[in-house]
Design a protein around this ligand. Structure first.
Ligand SMILES: [Zn+2]
Length: 456
């Protein structure tokens, strides 16, 4: 008896089988291309190095998931027998990377799903597929409640599921009662963080996460932006020896650390302690700027989630340790201004949304638009979402650029995305590691509106 291929099983489990022409936004899982099959992409315009102007027509040859040739001009016969993907009327660039998401935290789901790791894993897998079709080929997941992100990551890596490449931090590491370890109100998401209270338990929390499969370590060094603990002058909510112990234990195992920090003192403590990225980083000051440069650390400002909170101020104001409406508005404004302020100061800029299944999969593209609103030149915002993020995540020699030897993580859009960011909200083609995720029919029929609560 012929066994069902894993993709068919996964698709059936997820309810993703096409069920007739009526479902315009039906998602179909393409079978994995044989690794040996070569593809040729005819690119009308090529953004090989994001941040620099688009080049003219190029032909890309992809073998075994990587770019084997990148050659000026269009030549459909360059690789006999290869599948030719004609994008001669489109702009081709590296796939988007989101450096701050929570794929397995969905504040909108019913209590049954919330309590079930199996249901959460399936919802996460379904969302991962939508993200890929929105052009996001790599995601750093900075924390979940359940550990399911590892399973989804591994299923995607094995080819059983379609989705972005995931770098997973697993459990958020927080002190007892710190951000991620309590509910500000009954309505807030419940987390299950690893406790970090003193040097020994901080080391243990890091080591347990690594043993479970963490690619990154996520620490929360200040309160949420919505809390008093996230105000500009707030003291860090971890001690220096705790942060240092966590960073040292991570470094011993070769794992970089991402630190959630809003207040100035928390940002600077995390930077001095050797973290690779600062998440949110709302109230960075001149000392922070010097530390970012000295430590070669990156800022991930997450303007998308600040913009979302700003649209629902009355819903997010107050609550346990919460900030009042005016104070909360001052946070959303500072957070939305963050990318431009960082860019002008020369802080290495990454890009992440704090998004997840509660939001549209185009959040990453929207974040690029918010960077521009805050004063970042569009080409530099596109760079942050591709090459900048690749560098920040330690993947700068693998993805984020179109170069021979790099992974074939590619997207195509109708117009120049470094001229109009809106093009990034409609994918014409998405390819991850040489495997086509969608061609022409990438965009969902209706994106739906964001709802629910973000984690920060
Ligand atoms: Zn987050």
């Amino acid at each position: 008896m012929k066994a069902l291929p894993p993709l068919a099983i996964a698709a059936a489990l997820l309810g993703l089988q096409p069920s007739g022409a009526a479902r315009a936004n039906t998602v179909v899982i393409a079978p994995p291309a044989p690794a040996a099959e070569a593809s040729v992409v005819l690119a009308g315009h090529l953004i090989a190095e994001p941040g620099e102007p688009a080049l003219g027509a190029h032909t890309l040859v992809i073998r075994e998931g990587r770019l084997a040739r990148v050659q000026p001009g269009l030549d459909a016969n360059i690789e006999p027998g290869a599948r030719v993907i004609d994008l001669s009327d489109a702009y081709v660039l590296p796939g988007l990377i989101d450096a701050h998401m929570h794929l397995a935290i969905d504040s909108d789901v019913d209590p049954v799903t919330l309590a079930s790791p199996a249901r959460t894993a399936l919802a996460t897998a379904a969302y991962a597929q939508r993200l890929l079709r929105a052009g996001v080929t790599t995601v750093r997941d900075v924390g979940d409640n359940s550990g399911v992100t590892y399973a989804v990551r591994d299923a995607i890596d094995s080819g059983a599921l379609q989705g972005p490449r995931i770098l997973a931090a697993g459990r958020i590491i927080s002190r007892s009662g710190g951000h991620g370890a309590k509910r500000a109100s009954a309505a807030e998401i419940a987390y299950a963080p690893a406790a970090c209270d003193g040097v020994e338990s901080c080391r243990r929390a890091v080591r347990e996460n690594i043993e479970a499969g963490a690619d990154w370590i996520k620490l929360t060094v200040s309160g949420s932006g919505r809390e008093a603990g996230g105000q500009p002058q707030a003291a860090p909510n971890m001690f220096e020896d705790e942060v240092l112990a966590a960073v040292a234990a991570a470094r011993q195992a070769g794992r970089p650390v991402a630190a959630h920090a809003h207040s100035t003192a928390a940002i600077n403590l995390a930077l001095r302690s050797g973290v690779r990225t600062i998440e949110h980083g709302t109230y960075f000051d001149e000392e922070s700027v010097a530390l970012f440069k000295q430590q070669r650390a990156y800022l991930v400002p997450t303007a998308f989630v600040a913009n979302y909170v700003a649209s629902k101020l009355s819903m997010f104001a107050g609550g346990r340790d919460g900030r009042g409406s005016d104070d909360l508005r001052s946070w959303t404004e500072a957070a939305k201004a963050g990318p431009g302020r960082a860019w002008r100061a020369g802080v290495p800029l990454a890009l992440g949304t704090d998004g997840g299944p509660s939001f549209e999969p185009t959040a990453t593209a929207q974040e690029i638009g918010l960077y521009v609103q805050s004063g970042v030149p569009l080409a530099q915002a596109v760079r942050a979402a591709t090459a900048g993020n690749a560098d920040a995540l330690g993947l700068g020699a693998e993805t984020g650029r179109v170069r021979v030897g790099y992974r074939a993580d590619l997207i195509a859009v109708a117009g120049d995305p470094q001229g109009d960011a809106a093009h990034l909200q409609r994918m014409r083609m998405v390819m991850k590691q040489g495997r086509l995720a969608c061609l022409r029919d990438c965009t969902e029929a209706s994106a739906g509106s964001p709802a629910g609560q973000p984690s920060k």
